[in-house]
Design a protein around this ligand. Sequence first.
Ligand code: ADP
Ligand code: MG
Ligand code: MG
Length: 884
Amino acid sequence: MDYVYDFSHGSKDQRDLLGGKGANLAEMTNLGLPVPPGFTITTEACRAYLRHGGEPEGLAEQVSAHLATLEGTMGRRLGQADDPLLVSVRSGAKFSMPGMMETVLNIGLNDESVVGLARQSQDERFAQDSYRRLLQMFGATVLHIDGEHFSEALDAAKKARGTESDLDLDADDLRGLVETFKAIVRERAGREFPQDPREQLDLAVRAVFDSWNTDRARLYRRQERIPEDLGTAVNIQAMVFGNFGMDSGSGVAFTRDPASGAQGEYGDYLQNAQGEDVVAGIRNTVSLADFAEVDRASHDELMAIMARLERHYRDMCDIEFTVERGKLWMLQTRVGKRTPEAAFRIAIHMVDEGLIQMDEAVTRVTGEQLAQLMFPRFDESAERTLLATGMNASPGAAVGRAVFDSDTAVEWAERGEDVILVRKETNPDDLRGMVAARGILTSRGGKTSHAAVVARGMGRTCVCGAEALDVDAKAREFRVRGGGTVREGDLISIDGSTGEVFAGEVPVSAALVVRHFEGEKVDDDLVSAVARIMAHADGARRLRVRANADTPEDAARARRFGAQGIGLCRTEHMFLGDRRELVETLIVAENEDDQRVALDALLPLQRQDFTEIFEAMDGLPVTIRLIDPPLHEFLPDLTELSVKVALAEERGEPDEHDLVLLRHVRRLHEQNPMLGLRGVRLGIQIPGLFQMQARAILEAAADRAALGMRPLPEIMIPLVASVRELEIVKADILAVAAEVERSRGVTLEYSVGTMIELPRAAFLADRIAAEAEFFSFGTNDLTQMAWGFSRDDVEAAFFSRYFEHGIFDVSPFESLDTRGVGGMVEMGTRKGREVRPDLKVGVCGEHGGDPRSIHFFDEVGLNYVSCSPFRVPVARLEAGRSVL
Ligand code: ADP
Ligand code: MG
Ligand code: MG
């Protein structure tokens, strides 16, 4: 088994095996770019290690062989006393997990080779600086010593020098720090820092493997839906040195602005620094323009390489580079993460530049990104107090109470508060707090800082580097330069699109994209990018998109948003409010005449509901589900009513009406209402109820038709398990329909179909299709029934354990369980069409708006998905992406 690949033996398409970093290092190597040589230990080796709790057989020998080759190329041995080869050991999984996993630089230094390095480089300060960095990184990541111990010692050394900058520490200071760091290792890890270079290397590789399973890495994977079982690759690479004086440095860059998508390079550079310093925000970085002033030749070479990489990858790339004494080295590239607005702009710019076609542009953006562009923005006309302006690191408008640590963020969020996490800068341990917060605000670091990168990845609003804020986490407050203090719990508003930070709560207004969907003429380049991509997706997609809408207003909005009909119009809310009393009368009716009176009173109200919905959806199909929930939901609570009756009796003034009601509440009380008298069962138990609804629908349709409109009702029967159930209620509906057509003298275009939301119905779909003119998969109930758990109870009860154990990586209520529940959807569709080839099949329920699920529904050949009006554009886009 080959566990190790030289950089010259891989390509960008091998991310599964080499991880993203390794695959792209190989790609750059093969493009002839200046990449320090090295090799990659595969993800397969990591998986084997994690499985067996130890290095797989043969790994050590293969590493030795590749190391020997590298030593040959470099003309030096790892840690060689008089002239050491140093290497970095870098994690790199298939999907990038910024800051989640470990990297150790300067492996190969020890008490002896540091002297050799100093002599060779004729730079004692540089050699000691490299050694103290190794001790610090190795101590923290490999020996698991709290990084604070090292940074406190570093701060103390700076303080003793009377400086804030690590650059002011001289060789002696750094030599002192090396001794201090070694003592910290001894004390905290209970062992000496390993002097043997190969042992350093092996331990570092092991630490990278182990870092796959840290809590924060797991949490990040769950957030980003990255599978648990991929493992990471490990890259071992000859060091180049950005900390070799002021003609050296390290930087990160993007080929376009990852926040706005604007054309033109974007990046940060830090002189005399190693890579970690740039993102850690220890000193303030300079822009690429300033880098050009510092080192014109390296800058120009970098620009040329970036242009080449963008053409090669045909996408925006991000890049990590280092300059060692005027020589540029490429240390990483990948297709860069970007904000939603950048994604749309970049895709369209690249089409216009001829780099990609429209088909590909559609696949470069996601429904989730579109959903984020639809979030509200701060109202610009509202009065607001600007506190500071930082970097617009991740867009959105977030309002919340300022909190200064992760624990508080999580705690407050759990009790329902919106919070903004405020930090000087974030580190991977802040992830929990970032997840819990509405937004993140930092006072240090640029668009490539940890906070910015992670926030963009999660779609959290983020403003970073707001330098006018003095964040004091201990005191739980920040002071604003120019006056004012914001304390824990105070409301603030942050705008991740402009970088502005406001005091108090600023009101929000609709996003431009939403105003465009609403039909307003909006002159904006982002809106036109979205419009072009949507038009192309609409032209390509096979799947139709309908909306779940129960009111005329929702129906009208859904139509403006591009819905091609209503896939689910629920009728139960039409029985609430003032009408509840009529339902009560219906339920307590002792005979058919009393029932009739109640139903007759409900009929005109129902008719009016449907009339308005048909008007909003004229010419488009409207699927109306007959009443579904158990009747007791329309009655008073059993306990409350019992108490009321008991109290009244005690007073000796029993209320006759309440007594009757109580009897019925008792009669209808169910241990397990989800599995009780509901759906079609109600229709069979109280036939007049479904008949009344059918009449209201069909009379409303007849009224519209008489006015020259084209109502297209689809009457849907819920919770059918047996074809007989459907036959019985369908016969009633057909009788009503015939009567309405006769009395009104019209022919109605309508159909009668069923929900498929019970496993039995999916199994017997061929029989059911004999009666049903359409199917709609109710995947919410189908998921509950298939797994045998109730959505309302289980998510809080035990889902987190299920995630931990990898039983599922996302809630089956959020994204369709394609194997189990999806298997029933596939089978039901296939069986139904065997009997009725033109059977129209759709899906209603939360899954209709979920991107992953939409792709599945498209693959199994459904005709449409139905989702909430606001998700309609998202579903249109995803349906387009599914075929492209
Ligand atoms: P991450 O995945 O967290 O970005 P990396 O493995 O990319 O971690 O390492 C972080 C930084 O360390 C790099 O951006 C680079 O600046 C520096 N680095 C890594 N390997 C080397 C090397 N061989 N020579 C010089 N610097 C390196
Ligand atoms: Mg990196
Ligand atoms: Mg249902």
